[in-house]
Design a protein around this ligand. Structure first.
Ligand SMILES: NC(=O)c1ccc[n+]([C@@H]2O[C@H](COP(=O)([O-])OP(=O)(O)OC[C@H]3O[C@@H](n4cnc5c(N)ncnc54)[C@H](OP(=O)(O)O)[C@@H]3O)[C@@H](O)[C@H]2O)c1
Length: 237
């Protein structure tokens, strides 16, 4: 397969790129950090260095990618809101990195999407409950989930299948910044296995790990006030 992975210079995207290359696929890996991209190149991944928030740069960087079988848009970031002072600039940064940059990639790749290819957007299970300080991150990932579903509707005609990958906690530089206890923390290798298996099965939503995802989905069925009370208790712990 010909595969493009954004966010391949770190964490989940990097592990996925390494695993697909090890299986003999041709992989293009996007990132920003030059030394980390160079290290990827040494392992057989074709590096693409581009800042995804710049639409024209993304269009230029992806212009020649015409025969992709699988696209995984994994680039993203997490920042938490201070519960005492809402910060619209932080909010805009998170949405820019997690939603608008993803839209820029889709725009750039759209003319070249080919029948029977797969487009996978990386969201998060975080949007299932109203976690404290997660208003920017969780809302951006709720948007990713909706975007994947809606694109799935529209891209059926082009015979492109769309998938939303929703991880729980995965040990990466993104979560290394967290100071709270992360239940069911898994390795990037485990995350990569879940993702690759989910894509082979053609699942519209690839949620993992299973038990953690099941608990969050069950709790998300509670009345909103109960969900908020639960998340307040978690925040006070
Ligand atoms: N780790 C988790 O527990 C977890 C859980 C749920 C969902 N996710 C989601 O999974 C995805 C990957 O997360 P991760 O944990 O692997 O994070 P990570 O290790 O911090 O990697 C993030 C990647 O995204 C790239 N990136 C971010 N913003 C970018 C931008 N504006 N333009 C270009 N590249 C950009 C980074 O590039 P450079 O480093 O080269 O700058 C890096 O390659 C994210 O969407 C995250 O929200 C992660």
């Amino acid at each position: 397969m010909n595969i493009l992975i954004t966010g391949a210079s770190s964490g989940i995207g990097k592990q996925l790129a390494l695993d697909y290359v090890a299986q003999g696929h041709q992989v293009w890996g996007q990132g920003r950090n030059a030394p980390r991209l160079q290290a990827l190149a040494e392992q057989g991944i074709k590096p693409i260095q581009v800042e995804l928030s710049e639409l024209n740069q993304v269009r230029e960087a992806f212009a020649d990618l015409a025969d992709l079988d699988l696209i995984v848009l994994a680039a993203g970031d997490c920042e938490y809101l201070d519960p005492q002072a809402f910060d619209a600039e932080l909010f805009a940064r998170v949405w820019q990195n997690n939603v608008q940059s993803m839209a820029n990639c889709i725009d750039a790749l759209w003319p070249n999407l080919k029948p029977h290819s797969q487009l996978a957007l990386v969201g998060s299970l975080a949007h299932l409950l109203p976690f404290s300080q997660a208003g920017a991150y969780g809302s951006s990932k709720a948007a990713v989930d909706y975007l994947a579903l809606a694109l799935g509707t529209d891209l059926k005609a082009k015979q492109v299948s769309v998938h939303c990958i929703q991880p729980g906690f995965v040990k990466t530089p993104l979560t290394d910044k967290n100071s709270f206890a992360m239940p069911n923390l898994i390795s990037p290798q485990q995350a990569s296995r879940y993702i690759r298996r989910g894509l082979v099965k053609g699942k519209a939503r690839i949620n993992f790990p299973g038990v953690f995802s099941g608990i969050l989905h069950a709790l998300s069925c509670l009345p909103a006030r109960w969900q908020q009370a639960l998340c307040q208790r978690l925040a006070n712990k």
